[in-house]
Each structure stands twice: as structure tokens, then as C-alpha cells.
Design a protein. Sequence first.
Length: 283
Amino acid sequence: MFNVRCFSFFSRRFFHCFAPLPGLSCSGPVKSDILTLSSAFAEVPPSVSAELGIIEQLFDHVPDTAFFIKDARGRYIAVNQSLVERCGCRDKKELLGRHVQEIFPKELAALYAIQDQTVVRTGRPIIDHLELHWYAHRRPGWCLTTKLPMRNHHGVIVGVVGISRDLRAPGDRESIPTSLASTLEYLEAHCDDPISPSSLAKRAGLPPVRFARLIKRIFRVTPNQLIMQTRLAAAARLLVETDRPVADIAYDCGFYDHSALTRAFRSATNLTPTQFRSLRKPN
């Protein structure tokens, strides 16, 4: 079976875990484009291909969310209809087996390719990354992208699975300024700094009220909650990937001291940082 190694926090951004794909069944043969590309993804057993095919079909019925699976070389082996339409194509066959550099403008294709290669190389997921996307007829739009590594039964990363959620719903007139994306990247890179919602709003060049409204609409949390989530996600990663003392991790992730991290961690997960490390760190 495949294992998807992922971080999720408050349902998407935090918990480090291995979650095997559930054994799915259907009354008849699964009709899916992923089953026609076994040569592109040779390590996928037929039973797993069938399960992934069902997932692909499920996402065909989810509007405004693109779903995709790529092999380790970055070639699409499964896509949903939303991604087809986003790329200005008519049929899934126009995307399957192709690399992002064959589909998207070069200024975005290079970014997507680097993301895919990083996930495959490091095993570290990309969670809720705010990014610009070109839609049909080179119409720009914002989306929230998550990419997770896919592993075979030997634990080897053999591909990437992801979703990309469109952020501007029909009738939504409030645009997302470019400065917001760079501000969120700053937050992730400097979560140990004394950051506040007002300082982030200032960096984004937005009034605090509008900044808070945008964060709430995109991430469904307040700016203060987003800051806390970002710091806890960084702490979780360090707990799993390093042997550093919890107190050092607390300081490096913007917490006042060890006890402040412990209180926040227990509130979010019902575990102390030490308990989380013992449960989630690979042997």
C-alpha cells in the first residue's frame, strides 16, 4: 500500500503522520485515466491504482479545486476536471504524461517544478501555499496549494499528490494583493521574531481590518491564530527532524519559553512536545 507522509495542522497545517490509503472497493471496474498510465508510474500496484482512480473521480465533482498526482519526474499521471479547465484544456489526455514545463508559462512552470522536486527530494510537504496561477487565456488568479509526498511500500518516495484550491469564488470582488503572499512567506521564515497581526498588515501594505478579513477568508482563522499555527508547525517539524532540546525549539519558534510551547502544543494536540516527539519521530 502507499503511504502519504503529511503535515496537517488544525485539519491541514500541523500533524506529522503516516496515513495509509484506506482499502477502497467498488462494485465494478474503475474507469480512470490513472489506470492507463502504468508505464509512467510503474511502481503503483493495480489495487492502489484503482484506489487512486476512485479518488481522482471523486475530485472530478469538487469545483474550484484542482487535484493531481505526479510521478517522481514531475509528469502528471492523474488530474481532475478542474485542473483541465484551469489549464484551458478540453480533455485530461492533454495533461497526462506531460511535465509542468510543457503546460504552464515558464515563469510559473519553473516554480512548480522546484516545488515538486523539493517534495520528492526531502519528503517534506508543502501546506497551504498561497501562489499565483495562470488560468485559461492567461488569466491570473490566486490559489492555495498543498503537495504531499507519495511513498511505496518500501518507504521510497515515488511521486507527489496535491490539491490547489481556487480562492476567488464567483461573485467575490475582493482581490488578493501580491504583497500578501510575500508577507506569509516572511511569517514562515521569521516565526521566531516578535510578529503581530498589525506588523504583518503593515508589511503587506494593508489596513489591519482588511488584512484580517483576507486571512480569515483564505485560511479560515484569525491572524493571531495563523501566527500560532505557523509557530507550532515549525516546532513540530523540529521535534520530529532533530534531537534539539524542547526549550531551544521553543525559543527558535517564537515562544517565550518551554512552558509557553508546552501549553500551546497541549491545547492544539492534547500532547506535550516530548510526547509528540516520541510518537512521531521515526525509529
